[in-house]
Design a protein around this ligand. Structure first.
Ligand code: SF4
Length: 446
């Protein structure tokens, strides 16, 4: 009996990449190629890369170096570089890695089958760039093992924040038509998903192509779909949030009370140099509007520390903003110069040790805030969507509506992945909650 062919995908980076990996897996599975967790078993290896931070290229090339060793004695093994580093490096990647078989940019993911076939016919393919029409087959997405259905609604970005490489790697903004989005959400709900996550680099800048509808209209239409229990969207751009969108967040109980709203800095001077297009006060005003619309709202954010020219006073304003907003989670990173962006040309580079020290202070502050907020949740009951098994036998893990990780004992009948149960919080840590599964729920919405 011939051994079934297998593929192995390594995914780095954001949810967009996670979904792209699901799309690539789905295309290969349509051809009867099966997934494997053991890279040594694979006949096709895909490295789905991220280039948001510095040294990504070096890491990708070093990983490709490890993979190419697997080609010894396995001549038909294919290795493909995908994702943002693929778009950024293009032809150069094939020159640098003689054993690399193809390069596939994020906007060309739907062409994987064709690219593999061309490689099998002898061509080393570079499929990058941003074609006008793209192949997107919603049936060719492997959602196996997922608790949520991710749906891309807008790709690329037109903003050009001075630190960010995304407009170069994911291209200009392209919104999908509302009818396609609603069709894909319906498909996922019929499939049994209770949670839908709408994706886009600037998700709330979605516009109906050639039409008048905006993200507020889309949110309203999706939230009204029967069977949808929890709706999330990521990543929102603060300047693009309109009062109509805030109103929708307040109106629909199934829109999760959790929002990722990157602020990047608490200093107007730094925000200007980043080209973010909003001020500290405008950001705080939006937070106020959202919290008035939805009192149970948990917010997370991204912060860059050590951006060129960030004085101690600027950083102090960031800490003050963090104290004021009391985010549920802060994703903080040291500034990392990216090729082709404007920020590396700005004056006032911050020494690494100062940036490190600021990052540690921010982490310490946020950890204390998070612990305080989470301790306030002890005794509350939450509807939890189950995302996996716990480390201890008989335990499972899930997410509350406010997207907090919660561990609980399953009892005699475990909940299937993606299913819901009610859990009472009994212990709180800075980064997770531990609770007890209840029979009769009395739900909190925090
Ligand atoms: S809005 Fe700014 S940070 Fe976000 S993807 Fe676009 S350029 Fe990058």
């Amino acid at each position: 009996m011939t051994r079934p062919r297998r593929f192995y995908i390594e995914t780095w980076g954001c949810q967009m990449n996670e979904l792209d990996s699901q799309r690539m897996a789905g295309q290969l599975m349509q051809q009867g190629i099966l997934p494997t967790r053991e890279v040594e078993e694979a006949d096709i290896i895909l490295l789905n890369s991220c280039s948001v931070r510095e040294k990504a290229e070096q890491k990708v090339y070093s990983r490709l170096g490890e993979y190419r060793l697997l080609k010894r004695g396995k001549g038909d093994l294919l290795i493909g570089l995908c994702g943002c580093v693929a778009q950024q490096e293009g032809e150069r990647a094939l020159e640098r890695v003689p054993d690399l078989d193809f390069v596939l940019g994020p906007a060309r993911v739907g062409e994987l089958q064709d690219v593999v076939a061309r490689r099998r016919a002898g061509e080393r393919v570079v499929a990058t760039g941003f074609p006008e029409s793209r192949q997107y087959d919603i049936d060719a997405v492997s959602r196996h093992g997922e608790h949520k259905g991710m749906v891309t609604i807008i790709e690329g970005c037109n903003k050009n924040c001075t630190f960010c490489i995304v407009p170069k790697t994911r291209g200009p903004e392209r919104s999908r038509p509302m009818a396609d989005i609603l069709g894909e959400v319906r498909h996922l709900l019929d499939y049994g998903f209770q949670e839908i996550e709408l994706l886009g680099q600037t998700v709330n800048h979605w516009r109906e192509p050639g039409g008048d509808w905006d993200f507020a209209d889309l949110l309203d239409r999706v939230a009204r779909m029967p069977g949808l229990r929890r709706l999330r969207f990521i990543t929102s751009y603060p300047r693009d949030f309109t009062p109509r969108m805030v109103e929708q967040v307040g109106r629909h109980a199934n829109i999760a009370p959790y929002l990722h709203l990157p602020v990047q800095s608490g200093s107007d001077r730094v925000l200007r140099r980043m080209g973010r297009g909003y001020t500290r006060n405008e950001y705080l005003d939006l937070v106020g509007q959202l919290r008035r619309a939805r009192t149970d709202l948990a917010l997370s954010t991204d912060i860059i520390v050590g951006f060129p020219g960030e004085a101690e006073e600027d950083f102090a304003q960031t800490l003050e903003l963090v104290r004021e907003v009391r985010f549920a989670v802060v994703y903080a990173f040291k500034y990392s110069p990216r090729p082709g962006t404007a920020a590396p040309r700005l004056d006032g580079a911050i020494p690494a040790e100062i940036a490190d020290e600021r990052l540690q202070r921010l982490f310490a502050l946020q950890e204390g805030i998070q612990r305080e907020i989470n301790v306030g949740l002890v005794g509350k009951d939450f509807e939890v969507i189950v995302t996996g098994w716990g480390k201890q036998p008989g335990t499972q893990t899930g997410r509350t509506p406010c997207h907090r990780v919660i561990h609980f004992e399953t009892g005699p009948e475990p909940v299937s992945l993606g299913g819901t149960t009610t859990v009472r919080v009994e212990t709180a840590f800075a980064y997770s909650l531990v609770g007890r599964r209840l029979e009769a729920p009395a739900l909190a919405h925090s």
